[in-house]
Design a protein around this ligand. Structure first.
Ligand code: BTN
Length: 189
C-alpha cells in the first residue's frame, strides 16, 4: 500500500503476515540446537523459517520479519535455538550464518519475483532458488565466518559446514512444499 507521500505502508494483512512469520521463526527456535563436536555451530531449525520468510512474504516483508526477529535477539531476548540471545551470541562463531539469514529473504524473494511475478513459480525453479540462497549461500558464508572466529582453517570450516547441507536440503524441500500450499490457501496467486 502506498500513501500520498509515496511512502510504502503495510496493510493489516501484511502486518499480520510479518508478525506471524516472526512467531514461526521464534517457535522453530524452541527446538534446541544439536551440537556437533567438530564445528562450533549447532544443527537448528530456525534457518527453515528464514527460507519460508523469503518464499512466502517476498523480499521486503520477508526481510522485515527477519530483521525484526534479529533486533529482538540483539536486544537480549533468548530467541535463538537453545534460548540464546544478545549481541555477543550474534557475533560469535555462528555470526556468519546469522548475517546470511538477513540476506536470504531478499535474495530468495527477488529471484522468485524475477522468475514469476503473478503465479506460482515452477516448483523446480523455486526449489533451486531456495537451495542456492537458503542452503548453499548460508552454509558457505557461515563457514567463512567460522574460520575467522575460531582455530579452524578455511578448508576445515568449509568441509565441516558440508555436514549441514543434507539436513538443510531437506528443510528447503519442506519449506517449498509448505509455502506452495500456503500460497494457494491464502490466495497469494
Ligand atoms: C545461532 O543460533 O546462533 C545460529 C545458528 C546457525 C546454524 C546454521 S544455519 C545453517 C546451518 N544449518 C544448521 O542446521 N545449522 C547451521
Amino acid at each position: 500500500m502506498i500513501n500520498k507521500q509515496g511512502a510504502t505502508r503495510l496493510s493489516v494483512r501484511e502486518v499480520t503476515m510479518v508478525a506471524t512469520m516472526i512467531a514461526i521463526i521464534i517457535v522453530l527456535g524452541m527446538f534446541p540446537g544439536i551440537p556437533l563436536g567438530f564445528i562450533p555451530v549447532p544443527i537448528v531449525l530456525q534457518n527453515m523459517g528464514v527460507m519460508i520468510a523469503g518464499e512466502l512474504l517476498g523480499p521486503k516483508q520477508g526481510s522485515l520479519a527477519v530483521w525484526l526477529f534479529l533486533i529482538l535477539v540483539a536486544l537480549g531476548l533468548p530467541l535463538l535455538s537453545g534460548g540464546r540471545g544478545g549481541i555477543a551470541t550474534m557475533i560469535g562463531p555462528t555470526g556468519g550464518y546469522i548475517v546470511a539469514w538477513v540476506l536470504v529473504p531478499l535474495l530468495i524473494g527477488i529471484s522468485l519475483k524475477g522468475v514469476s511475478r503473478h503465479r506460482q513459480p515452477n516448483w523446480v525453479i523455486e526449489y533451486l532458488i531456495v537451495w542456492l540462497f537458503g542452503v548453499l549461500f548460508v552454509d558457505g558464508l557461515g563457514a567463512v565466518w567460522v574460520s575467522a572466529q575460531s582455530h579452524m582453517t578455511m578448508v576445515e570450516s568449509l568441509t565441516s559446514s558440508l555436514t549441514f547441507i543434507p539436513g538443510d536440503t531437506i528443510k528447503a524441500v519442506i519449506s517449498v512444499i509448505l509455502v506452495r500450499r500456503l500460497r494457494r490457501a491464502l490466495s497469494y496467486f
